[in-house]
Design a protein around this ligand. Structure first.
Ligand SMILES: [Zn+2]
Length: 262
């Protein structure tokens, strides 16, 4: 992706912004959102799963979040929803309204996979719950700002998601005296995982020809994605806008151009 004339496909406030090096003619932007499925060979391993139907219900764990925190999380939900409404005429997530967000009294479960939130017809019988963890449960991953856990069952050509949670680390981040990452940025990223997108490049050490490693200098497009695996070392990052790679990959999971279920 070139620096000049990069037209963010869709932006906060709906303003089209081009960033351009001085003296270089900006490219014309003809489309504001990517409506087609596009995925490179070296990203084929980056689709982790998908839900049978949309929108995916998402709820806050009741009595954990402040109003301001909920507003930021709803903002992140709307980043995905605006794109999906525009391109697919359906919200990706249903978190209720800002004034009356969905709330769940379910506690975190050590055996998440045992309780599916969708039945065989794709009807939701529960919600993806967001937890504010004052004690971070992933003690071997203290640098994680947030973590999405999901469970899948076999389906072709892409596995089917049937339950998920988002955990936010309020022990090592956000608390007083701790780093203050952009909550919206991190939730936009985690919601991408909930939808079924793995990272734009593979941060794990395993080698997979269908999933390019982040260490092998992936293209700028992959590095720009909200689904790039940035971590606590870049806690100051702000990535609130879905990029071409995020949009084009999510279109392979949902909508008229998605890979058909079979
Ligand atoms: Zn991630």
């Amino acid at each position: 992706m070139s620096v000049c004339g990069r037209a963010f496909s869709f932006l906060l406030l709906g303003v089209l912004v081009t960033s351009c090096l001085p003296g270089v003619e900006p490219k014309k932007s003809t489309t504001s959102s990517i409506s087609y499925c596009e995925i490179a060979e070296n990203q084929l391993g980056s689709l982790s799963g998908r839900w049978r139907s949309l929108p995916i219900p998402v709820a806050f764990r009741a009595d954990q979040f402040t109003k301001a925190e909920m507003q930021q999380i709803v903002f992140a939900v709307n980043v995905w929803n605006r794109f999906f409404l525009k391109v697919h005429k359906v919200n990706l997530f249903d978190i209720g309204t800002e004034d009356s967000p969905r709330q769940s009294t379910l506690n975190r479960s050590a055996s998440l996979c045992s309780k599916s939130i969708v039945d065989g017809t794709g009807t939701y019988t529960g919600e993806v719950v967001i937890y504010k963890n004052m004690k971070w449960p992933y003690t071997n991953a203290r640098s994680a700002i947030a973590f999405t856990e999901y469970c899948r069952r076999s389906a072709n050509p892409i596995l089917e998601m049937h339950v998920a949670n988002i955990d936010i680390n309020y022990e090592d981040f956000f608390a007083e005296g701790k780093p203050q990452p952009d909550l919206v940025t991190n939730i936009v990223h985690e919601l991408g995982h909930v939808a079924g997108l793995d990272h734009s490049c593979n941060s794990k050490s395993e080698s997979d020809a269908r999933f390019v490693g982040c260490g092998s200098n992936p293209t700028q497009e992959y590095q720009d994605a909200v689904m790039y695996p940035f971590d606590a070392s870049s806690a100051g990052q702000t990535r609130r806008v879905l990029q071409k790679n995020d949009q084009a990959r999510s279109n392979c999971l949902y909508g008229g151009d998605a890979y058909p279920w079979n």
